[in-house]
Design a binder for this molecule. Structure first.
Ligand SMILES: Nc1ncnc2c1ncn2[C@@H]1O[C@H](COP(=O)(O)OP(=O)(O)OP(=O)(O)O)[C@@H](O)[C@H]1O
Ligand SMILES: [Mg+2]
Length: 249
């Protein structure tokens, strides 16, 4: 088996007095999409934040490309993680409301100091998925609709090739046609060898995009395997997610 690009071993995270992650084991294989599923409050967002170095792992180890990046005694900062090629799209999107769509994109592209230095072919590729961003290129990001902000947040993460994308609930609030575009974007990124760890509540999205799946509950990964296996198993879906969404296509 190929070595995982990202690996968490027995990761514990405390937030204040609360023991939130209670021994997370997770392997994210390269050039594939791993879905992180689980009920509200299971610990998915905390896991992504711990990987990025936004929370400190109090026990265990986070490794990226074989090197320790998190855990007692080793904590790479969020800028360190970005330099290593990770991009994170948080649940609350993390865009700059007072800046234009264009300025948000320039800031996200570490290789560009102004718009003329953006990779135009890549930008057009992104506009193909999210045409609203082209239309509102010079508008303040804060004036975009919720779904358009979501598109901008994902566009910022993919404006440059990254080694690992961490994306928290990208389809939230999006119209079905744009959800389909987002699915197509992730599939194309995967074909270009990007590794993706995706939190998603929409199981239909998850099964179309995901190769692997990890299901969390109470601060731990309680199931890991192939997405195809979970998608085909109603009983397993009911047991792990509390809801069977049907294995039929
Ligand atoms: N800043 C915080 N302070 C205190 N508790 C927190 C904080 N952030 C998260 N938690 C708690 O940690 C647990 C896991 O939260 P987390 O946001 O990781 O869940 P999640 O799986 O992303 O849920 P959702 O699907 O609702 O986004 C929850 O019980 C939550 O209340
Ligand atoms: Mg969350």
């Amino acid at each position: 088996m190929t070595r995982p690009l990202l690996e968490l071993r027995d990761v514990h995270t405390h937030i204040g007095a609360y023991h939130i992650l209670q021994g997370v084991d997770l392997a994210v294989p390269p050039a594939a999409v791993t879905m992180l599923l689980g009920r509200n409050g299971a610990g998915k967002t905390t896991t992504l934040r711990t990987i990025m170095g936004l929370w400190r792992a109090s026990q265990g180890r986070v490794s990226f490309d074989g090197a320790p990046v998190g855990g007692p005694g080793t904590r790479a900062s969020p800028p360190d993680m970005a330099r290593m090629g990770l991009a994170y799209v948080p649940e609350n999107m993390g865009i700059f409301a007072d800046l234009s769509v264009k300025e948000n994109m320039v800031l996200a592209a570490r290789r560009a100091r102004n718009a003329s230095q953006l990779d135009t072919a890549r930008l057009e590729w992104i506009f193909g998925f999210f045409p609203a961003l082209k239309k509102f290129w010079l508008h303040p990001a804060g004036k975009l609709s919720g779904g358009q902000k979501q598109m901008l947040a994902v566009a910022r993460a993919i404006i440059e090739p990254r080694r690992l994308l961490l994306v928290d609930e990208p389809s939230k609030g999006l119209a079905p046609a744009i959800v389909q575009n987002m699915i197509d974007a992730f599939i194309e990124l995967k074909q270009a060898s990007t590794t993706i760890l995706l939190v998603e509540q929409n199981f239909n999205f998850a099964r179309l995009v995901g190769d692997h799946v990890a299901v969390m509950d109470n601060g731990r990964v309680v199931h890991a395997g192939s997405m195809a296996q979970l998608a085909a198993d109603d009983e397993l879906q009911t047991r792990l997610l509390g809801l069977s969404l049907g294995s039929h296509q």
